[in-house]
Design a protein around this ligand. Sequence first.
Ligand SMILES: N[C@@H](CCC(=O)N[C@@H](CS)C(=O)NCC(=O)O)C(=O)O
Length: 217
Amino acid sequence: MTVKLYSYFRSSASYRVRIALNLKRLPYEYLPVHLLRDGGEQLKPAYRRLNQDGMVPTLIDDEQHAIQQSLAIIEYLDEVHPEPPLLPAMAIDRAYVRSIALQIACEIHPLDNLRVLKYLKHTLRVDEAAKNEWYRHWIESGFATLEARLAADPRTGALCFGDTPTIADLCLVPQIFNANRFKIDTTRYPTLQRIYDHATQIDAFARAAPDEQPDAE
Ligand SMILES: N[C@@H](CCC(=O)N[C@@H](CS)C(=O)NCC(=O)O)C(=O)O
Protein backbone atom coordinates (compact mmCIF):
# COMPACT_ATOMS: atom_id res chain seq x y z
CA MET A 1 0.00 0.00 0.00
CA THR A 2 1.70 3.20 -1.08
CA VAL A 3 -0.86 5.86 -0.17
CA LYS A 4 -1.03 7.11 3.41
CA LEU A 5 -3.58 9.59 4.70
CA TYR A 6 -3.17 11.54 7.92
CA SER A 7 -6.75 12.16 8.95
CA TYR A 8 -9.10 12.83 11.86
CA PHE A 9 -12.49 11.17 11.69
CA ARG A 10 -14.49 14.38 12.17
CA SER A 11 -12.27 16.60 10.00
CA SER A 12 -14.27 17.92 7.05
CA ALA A 13 -11.15 18.47 4.95
CA SER A 14 -10.00 14.87 5.59
CA TYR A 15 -13.51 13.62 4.80
CA ARG A 16 -13.26 15.28 1.35
CA VAL A 17 -10.08 13.35 0.58
CA ARG A 18 -11.46 10.06 1.93
CA ILE A 19 -14.39 10.35 -0.49
CA ALA A 20 -11.98 11.00 -3.39
CA LEU A 21 -9.82 8.00 -2.49
CA ASN A 22 -12.91 5.78 -2.29
CA LEU A 23 -14.31 7.04 -5.61
CA LYS A 24 -10.94 6.32 -7.22
CA ARG A 25 -10.89 2.89 -5.53
CA LEU A 26 -7.45 3.58 -4.11
CA PRO A 27 -6.56 1.59 -1.01
CA TYR A 28 -4.78 3.67 1.62
CA GLU A 29 -3.33 3.46 5.08
CA TYR A 30 -5.27 5.56 7.59
CA LEU A 31 -3.02 7.40 10.04
CA PRO A 32 -5.10 9.08 12.76
CA VAL A 33 -4.14 12.51 14.08
CA HIS A 34 -6.22 13.41 17.14
CA LEU A 35 -7.04 17.11 16.93
CA LEU A 36 -8.10 17.46 20.57
CA ARG A 37 -5.97 15.03 22.55
CA ASP A 38 -2.92 16.34 24.37
CA GLY A 39 -3.32 19.89 23.02
CA GLY A 40 -3.74 18.59 19.48
CA GLU A 41 -1.47 16.02 17.81
CA GLN A 42 -1.58 18.14 14.64
CA LEU A 43 0.54 20.76 16.43
CA LYS A 44 3.35 18.40 17.50
CA PRO A 45 6.72 18.93 15.77
CA ALA A 46 6.77 15.43 14.25
CA TYR A 47 3.52 16.08 12.37
CA ARG A 48 4.40 19.67 11.53
CA ARG A 49 7.42 18.47 9.61
CA LEU A 50 4.86 17.02 7.16
CA ASN A 51 2.24 19.76 7.40
CA GLN A 52 3.63 23.11 8.50
CA ASP A 53 0.14 24.56 9.09
CA GLY A 54 -0.55 21.85 11.67
CA MET A 55 -3.71 20.67 9.95
CA VAL A 56 -5.15 17.49 8.54
CA PRO A 57 -5.26 16.06 5.98
CA THR A 58 -1.82 15.23 4.65
CA LEU A 59 -1.42 12.62 1.94
CA ILE A 60 1.81 10.73 1.34
CA ASP A 61 2.19 9.06 -2.02
CA ASP A 62 4.98 6.62 -2.82
CA GLU A 63 6.63 7.11 0.58
CA GLN A 64 8.11 10.43 -0.52
CA HIS A 65 5.79 13.31 -1.31
CA ALA A 66 3.74 14.84 1.50
CA ILE A 67 0.86 16.84 0.02
CA GLN A 68 -1.08 19.37 2.10
CA GLN A 69 -4.43 21.08 1.43
CA SER A 70 -7.38 18.84 0.67
CA LEU A 71 -8.21 20.37 -2.71
CA ALA A 72 -4.60 20.14 -3.88
CA ILE A 73 -4.59 16.48 -2.78
CA ILE A 74 -7.86 15.79 -4.59
CA GLU A 75 -6.73 17.44 -7.83
CA TYR A 76 -3.43 15.52 -7.60
CA LEU A 77 -5.35 12.24 -7.24
CA ASP A 78 -7.57 13.24 -10.14
CA GLU A 79 -4.56 13.91 -12.37
CA VAL A 80 -2.68 10.75 -11.45
CA HIS A 81 -5.77 8.50 -11.38
CA PRO A 82 -8.13 10.11 -13.92
CA GLU A 83 -10.99 7.60 -13.57
CA PRO A 84 -13.60 8.43 -12.56
CA PRO A 85 -12.99 12.14 -13.18
CA LEU A 86 -13.91 14.50 -10.36
CA LEU A 87 -14.19 17.53 -12.63
CA PRO A 88 -16.40 18.02 -15.71
CA ALA A 89 -15.08 17.79 -19.28
CA MET A 90 -15.59 21.41 -20.32
CA ALA A 91 -13.44 24.24 -18.97
CA ILE A 92 -16.43 26.47 -18.24
CA ASP A 93 -18.05 23.70 -16.20
CA ARG A 94 -14.78 22.94 -14.41
CA ALA A 95 -14.60 26.59 -13.38
CA TYR A 96 -18.18 26.41 -12.10
CA VAL A 97 -17.60 23.22 -10.09
CA ARG A 98 -14.37 24.62 -8.65
CA SER A 99 -16.21 27.79 -7.67
CA ILE A 100 -18.75 25.78 -5.67
CA ALA A 101 -15.98 23.77 -4.01
CA LEU A 102 -13.97 26.90 -3.22
CA GLN A 103 -17.02 28.72 -1.88
CA ILE A 104 -17.18 26.01 0.77
CA ALA A 105 -13.46 25.46 1.25
CA CYS A 106 -12.45 29.15 1.32
CA GLU A 107 -15.51 31.15 2.35
CA ILE A 108 -17.21 28.89 4.90
CA HIS A 109 -14.93 26.18 6.28
CA PRO A 110 -11.91 28.25 7.47
CA LEU A 111 -14.07 30.63 9.52
CA ASP A 112 -15.43 27.78 11.61
CA ASN A 113 -12.27 25.76 11.92
CA LEU A 114 -11.16 24.39 15.28
CA ARG A 115 -8.25 26.81 15.66
CA VAL A 116 -10.51 29.81 14.93
CA LEU A 117 -13.10 28.67 17.50
CA LYS A 118 -10.29 28.02 20.02
CA TYR A 119 -8.89 31.52 19.41
CA LEU A 120 -12.32 33.10 19.92
CA LYS A 121 -12.80 31.21 23.16
CA HIS A 122 -9.36 31.16 24.78
CA THR A 123 -7.66 34.31 23.46
CA LEU A 124 -10.51 36.72 22.78
CA ARG A 125 -12.51 35.30 25.71
CA VAL A 126 -15.71 35.18 23.71
CA ASP A 127 -18.40 33.30 25.65
CA GLU A 128 -19.95 30.04 24.46
CA ALA A 129 -23.13 31.71 23.15
CA ALA A 130 -21.19 34.26 21.06
CA LYS A 131 -18.85 31.56 19.74
CA ASN A 132 -21.84 29.47 18.66
CA GLU A 133 -23.40 32.53 17.06
CA TRP A 134 -20.20 33.10 15.09
CA TYR A 135 -20.31 29.50 13.86
CA ARG A 136 -24.00 29.72 12.97
CA HIS A 137 -23.64 33.04 11.14
CA TRP A 138 -20.91 31.87 8.74
CA ILE A 139 -22.55 28.53 8.05
CA GLU A 140 -26.01 30.00 7.46
CA SER A 141 -24.90 32.92 5.31
CA GLY A 142 -22.64 30.62 3.26
CA PHE A 143 -25.32 27.96 2.85
CA ALA A 144 -27.91 30.58 1.81
CA THR A 145 -25.63 31.72 -1.03
CA LEU A 146 -24.87 28.16 -2.08
CA GLU A 147 -28.54 27.20 -1.98
CA ALA A 148 -29.45 30.13 -4.24
CA ARG A 149 -26.70 29.24 -6.73
CA LEU A 150 -27.44 25.52 -6.90
CA ALA A 151 -31.23 25.94 -6.96
CA ALA A 152 -30.98 28.35 -9.91
CA ASP A 153 -28.38 26.58 -12.04
CA PRO A 154 -29.66 24.13 -14.68
CA ARG A 155 -26.47 22.07 -14.26
CA THR A 156 -27.61 20.97 -10.80
CA GLY A 157 -28.83 17.38 -10.87
CA ALA A 158 -29.01 14.69 -8.23
CA LEU A 159 -25.63 16.11 -7.22
CA CYS A 160 -24.04 19.56 -7.50
CA PHE A 161 -23.18 19.08 -11.17
CA GLY A 162 -25.41 16.55 -12.90
CA ASP A 163 -25.62 13.09 -11.41
CA THR A 164 -21.99 12.10 -10.99
CA PRO A 165 -19.75 13.18 -8.10
CA THR A 166 -17.43 16.16 -8.49
CA ILE A 167 -15.18 18.04 -6.12
CA ALA A 168 -18.18 20.25 -5.31
CA ASP A 169 -19.97 17.28 -3.70
CA LEU A 170 -16.75 16.26 -1.93
CA CYS A 171 -16.81 19.66 -0.21
CA LEU A 172 -20.56 19.97 0.34
CA VAL A 173 -21.22 16.65 2.07
CA PRO A 174 -18.65 17.09 4.90
CA GLN A 175 -19.75 20.70 5.46
CA ILE A 176 -23.38 19.65 5.90
CA PHE A 177 -22.35 16.79 8.19
CA ASN A 178 -20.41 19.30 10.28
CA ALA A 179 -23.31 21.78 10.37
CA ASN A 180 -25.71 19.05 11.54
CA ARG A 181 -23.27 18.15 14.32
CA PHE A 182 -23.51 21.76 15.49
CA LYS A 183 -27.33 21.56 15.35
CA ILE A 184 -27.84 23.74 12.27
CA ASP A 185 -31.15 22.92 10.59
CA THR A 186 -29.96 22.21 7.05
CA THR A 187 -33.46 21.30 5.83
CA ARG A 188 -33.82 25.08 5.35
CA TYR A 189 -31.57 24.62 2.31
CA PRO A 190 -33.63 22.12 0.32
CA THR A 191 -31.29 21.77 -2.65
CA LEU A 192 -28.25 21.26 -0.45
CA GLN A 193 -30.14 18.79 1.73
CA ARG A 194 -31.40 16.86 -1.31
CA ILE A 195 -27.86 16.57 -2.71
CA TYR A 196 -26.53 15.52 0.70
CA ASP A 197 -29.23 12.85 1.08
CA HIS A 198 -28.45 11.46 -2.35
CA ALA A 199 -24.65 11.59 -2.05
CA THR A 200 -24.54 9.90 1.34
CA GLN A 201 -26.26 6.87 -0.19
CA ILE A 202 -23.31 6.39 -2.57
CA ASP A 203 -20.93 3.75 -1.24
CA ALA A 204 -17.76 5.87 -1.63
CA PHE A 205 -19.34 8.66 0.41
CA ALA A 206 -20.85 6.32 2.99
CA ARG A 207 -17.49 4.62 3.67
CA ALA A 208 -15.82 8.02 4.09
CA ALA A 209 -18.25 9.14 6.80
CA PRO A 210 -16.76 10.04 10.19
CA ASP A 211 -18.46 7.19 12.05
CA GLU A 212 -16.92 4.64 9.68
CA GLN A 213 -13.32 5.64 10.38
CA PRO A 214 -10.93 3.63 12.57
CA ASP A 215 -10.48 6.57 14.98
CA ALA A 216 -14.23 7.26 15.36
CA GLU A 217 -15.29 7.89 18.96
N1 LIG B 1 -7.60 24.36 3.80
C1 LIG B 1 -7.22 23.18 4.50
C2 LIG B 1 -7.98 23.13 5.80
C3 LIG B 1 -7.56 21.99 6.65
C4 LIG B 1 -8.26 22.08 8.00
O1 LIG B 1 -8.89 23.08 8.32
N2 LIG B 1 -8.13 21.03 8.80
C5 LIG B 1 -8.72 21.08 10.11
C6 LIG B 1 -9.68 19.93 10.31
S1 LIG B 1 -11.02 20.01 9.16
C7 LIG B 1 -7.62 21.00 11.14
O2 LIG B 1 -6.69 20.24 10.98
N3 LIG B 1 -7.75 21.78 12.19
C8 LIG B 1 -6.80 21.77 13.23
C9 LIG B 1 -6.85 23.02 14.04
O3 LIG B 1 -7.66 23.88 13.76
O4 LIG B 1 -6.03 23.10 14.97
C10 LIG B 1 -7.51 21.93 3.66
O5 LIG B 1 -8.42 22.00 2.83
O6 LIG B 1 -6.80 20.93 3.79
